[in-house]
Design a protein around this ligand. Structure first.
Ligand code: HEC
Length: 80
C-alpha cells in the first residue's frame, strides 16, 4: 500500500527514506495517529486514502514479522 517505498517490504526501513517500523511496531493507537498526522517528512494518509481497516491489516502484518536472530548466532559475524 505504498509504505514499502520508504519503509521496505518488511518494515526494515532504509536510512535515506524512512525508519524501521517492524518488528515490534508502535501500539496501534500511536501507529494510527502517526500515519494520519505525521509530524515531519512522511506524507499523511487520511481515512479516504487508507481506511482504518487497512491500517489495522498493515499493523497486523508488522506484528507478524519475527525479530532478527541474535548476532551471536550468526557464524559470519562471530569469526575473527
Ligand atoms: C515518502 C516516504 C514514506 C512513505 C510512503 C511512508 N512513510 Fe512512514 N515515515 C517516513 C519517514 C521519513 C518517517 C520518519 C519521520 C518523518 O521524518 O516524518 C516515517 C515514520 C513512520 C512511523 C513512525 C516510526 C517511529 O517509530 O518513529 C510509522 C509508524 C510509519 N512511518 C508508518 C508508515 C505507514 C504505515 C505507511 C504506509 C501507509 C508509511 N509510513 C508510508 C516516510 C514514509
Amino acid at each position: 500500500m505504498g509504505c514499502y517505498q520508504c519503509h521496505g517490504y518488511e518494515g526494515q526501513g532504509a536510512r535515506p527514506t524512512g525508519p524501521r517500523i517492524a518488528p515490534e511496531p508502535l501500539p496501534f493507537a500511536v501507529f494510527s495517529t502517526w500515519v494520519r498526522h505525521p509530524p515531519e517528512v512522511m506524507p499523511a494518509y487520511s481515512r479516504d486514502v487508507r481506511s482504518e481497516d487497512k491500517l489495522e491489516r498493515i499493523h497486523e502484518y508488522l506484528i507478524s514479522i519475527p525479530p532478527p536472530p541474535d548476532v551471536s548466532t550468526l557464524p559470519a559475524l562471530s569469526e575473527n
